[in-house]
Design a protein around this ligand. Sequence first.
Ligand SMILES: [Zn+2]
Length: 427
Amino acid sequence: MNEPIVIRGARHWKTGRSIDVACAGGRVVDAAPAGARVIDAEGAVLAPGFVDVHVHLREPGQSAKETIETGTRAAAAGGFTDVLAMPNTSPVVDTVAGVQWVIARGRESLWARVHPIAAVTLGQKGETLTEMVALAAAGAVAFSDDGRPVRSAETMRRALEYARPTGRPVIAHEEDPDLKGDGHMNEGAVATRLGIRGIPAAAEAVMVRRDVELAELTRGRLHLAHLSCASSLDALCDAKRRGLAVTGETCPHYWMLDDRAVEALGTNAKMNPPLRSEADRHAVIRAIADGTIDCLATDHAPHTAEEKRQPFDHAPFGIVGLETAWALTVTGLGEPGHVELARAVELWTDAPRRAFGLPAVTLEPGSPADLVLLDSKDEWTVEPERFHSKGRNTPFAGRPVRGGVRLTMCGGRVTHDAAHASAEARS
Ligand SMILES: [Zn+2]
């Protein structure tokens, strides 16, 4: 329902001041219309809705793992009003019709705005570039062959050149296919002990360095997905020093866990790039704290229980992340004092909007009423069976965390209300 709402007594995410915010007609307004519903937000922080720039919604074609409906419902529960959907579906989103289909399905679901990312190459095969200008005009917000790298430097060069006039970034999943080989976890002592073939951190870093050079050559707009290791972060820092249009993201699991988690958690700690060393984990935290990392993302990658039950070498890469993102940010970054709460919020709100050129959202009159009400003190335990996502594949099951999402509003509509966990988004 899109009724007028007043959020009373919240703390402004940036200033910390106590504020009342009124919403009507999908926007923040000066004053509440008569009869508006009042939400008591005492003790909670009010911020623009979160944006997740890296989500696998699995539709079309893989609805056993997730659907746009369930994935966006999970997004709303995690405080997200906007998600960028990766195109490695079945079929791959590499045509105007595909982009339009994802947009239409997203509009039906009403839980969050879905922004399609289109493939860089047809079928993500790394050969023929997609019609980027037409895809951007149809609504693609970025281009990515995520799930796999663009193997050929020449193809990547052309992709950065062709994407340039669209103003949309090429999002790179960085991994040298030869160095990765048949690896399934981080190369190192843990992999050796477990007898699992490893993937060296260099598999990521050499491709990051290659693409930074190509960003310089082409003056193209490059976004580095899910950075996991120190050397990649050095390369991102270097790109910024050189004034290149390069941005980068990392994900909660890379600051929460290192490769030792694989021993205890098995396939629920299997993702790509893999959990790295403790030193890499500290480097990720430093890069978030010092601003090298531009924004955060979940790389929400749901799989079925059957798929994840397979032996480690056969199970697919990926974990879910939408419903634990904020708690892992508070627990892993805020509480230990690595970043201030306002910066933690910014990394999920203004920062991704800036990096991807999405319209700004504020708490001021006129802004879309895309809002999230956060509890930074709320303590809870991660229970995957309570997720709205179809995916239960998380390494954080049973983990006590701090930081909850009390309420999410997208376009003035309440899409998540922790007090009534079954909040109805459909009117
Ligand atoms: Zn990826």
